[in-house]
Ligand binder design. Sequence first.
Ligand code: GLN
Length: 492
Amino acid sequence: MQAKELYELTIHEAHELLKRRQISSLELTKAVLKRIAEVESKVHACVTVVEDIALEEAEKVDNHIKTTGEVAPLTGIPALIKDAICTKAIRTTCGSRMLEDFVPPYDATVIEKLKAQKAIVVGKTNLDEFAMGSSTEHSAFFPTRNPWDLSRVPGGSSGGSAVAVSAGEAIYALGSDTGGSIRQPAGFCNVVAFRPTYGLVSRFGLVAFASSLDQIGPVTRDVTDCALVMNAMAGYDPRDSTSVPRPVPDYTRQLTASIKGLKLGIPREYLVEGMEDGVRTALEAAVAKLRELGAEMDWGASLPHTKYALAAYYILAPSEASANLARYDGVKYGFSEPGGSGVIETTERTRQFGFGPEVKRRIMLGTYALSAGYYDAYYLKAQKVRTLIKQEFDRAFERYDALITPTSPTVPFRLGERLEDPVQMYLSDACTLPVSIAGMPAISIPGGFADNLPVGMQIIGKPFSEETLLRIAFAYEQATDWHKRRPPLSRE
Ligand code: GLN
């Protein structure tokens, strides 16, 4: 096998080399920056690259390693951050004109935690505006392209983060997931991504979309790296009132344990209409592989309320978004459209020009669902459906240790293909939305290829079963080679 370039390393490989002083953080950071310079014009994954800051930090870290000998798992390793996560002194746009020039005066908790390990932030990745979308085409700046086929979307909304890790622009990245935004792009780009149990990772400093659904997670090249980033990020944070106070295990601890005897269900409702044959074939092969590894596989699992998840999500998420996005009034911070006479006109003009069409669609949907006379029929009803879906998952997890589904019903679609039809776009999250609604954790890992395009496999677990999910994912990864495949971008 051809030797790996520095930018192709995993976190744990880079860590070993840093610890043994065979490479420096500066070399690694330079390699990543060079790669960004080479491929960015093709994939457009980054909104902001902070070359000077990254190089300066890398030098500091190298000195720190030299003087103290301390090398934590993320020390000196370059990461890219979804541009919905606040980074002190680095512009955080959330893919919107509204925040195009917004420079946060503070770091999100997850960023503080990465920095506590002396991680290197090299920049911010592209996303659908305010994380609303499934293709990264709703970014106010430019669409991101899938490195496996540049005419196709990378998924979204964390498309930039998935592409960055897949194309070698960072060793790992952070993304966020409201209805599937970290898992679906990971599946489309052949990388690993984790949506933690709601409340496990602090949302402080994540630009709010739908607060009862939003979670931050890692995007990595393998499952071990995913566990390492989870180790750094998980844990109680008094600044997030939904953060859960409970001890955080070492997520690498159970990775190598056997999965023999685990009961895994494949819910039949996830084999949805419109699922592509290639995705189904990949799922069947993955199920056979897990069976070979000793797991008990059951195609008879059933979650009948799944079919209501999409409708419920598109009431709940826009409702919360309409409240969260009320803060963008052109007065406090962010974009302000001049020329209005008085506060009301200024607010109207700011929101008219500051938000893109998908964001406006969500605000209108949400405002409608929450308005007097419609609240009970829409919002309250959707909350009830949410409870039913959650209870159904709870019951399923009395029988199964985890559930297996494809991450998305299709392989990456072409740019433009679903832009004119919002419902088609929404359907690409059919397998990820129910999990978000129920607050469950789920991981997406490389699960095969169909027509040379990646297929993601999703493993869903009960709340706080992160270790079990990582263990199943690791066992599968060790038994397959999908995660080793790299996209056909030039190495030069
Ligand atoms: N695609 C879904 C939406 O548009 C999910 C987005 C997300 O998880 N942020 O709402």
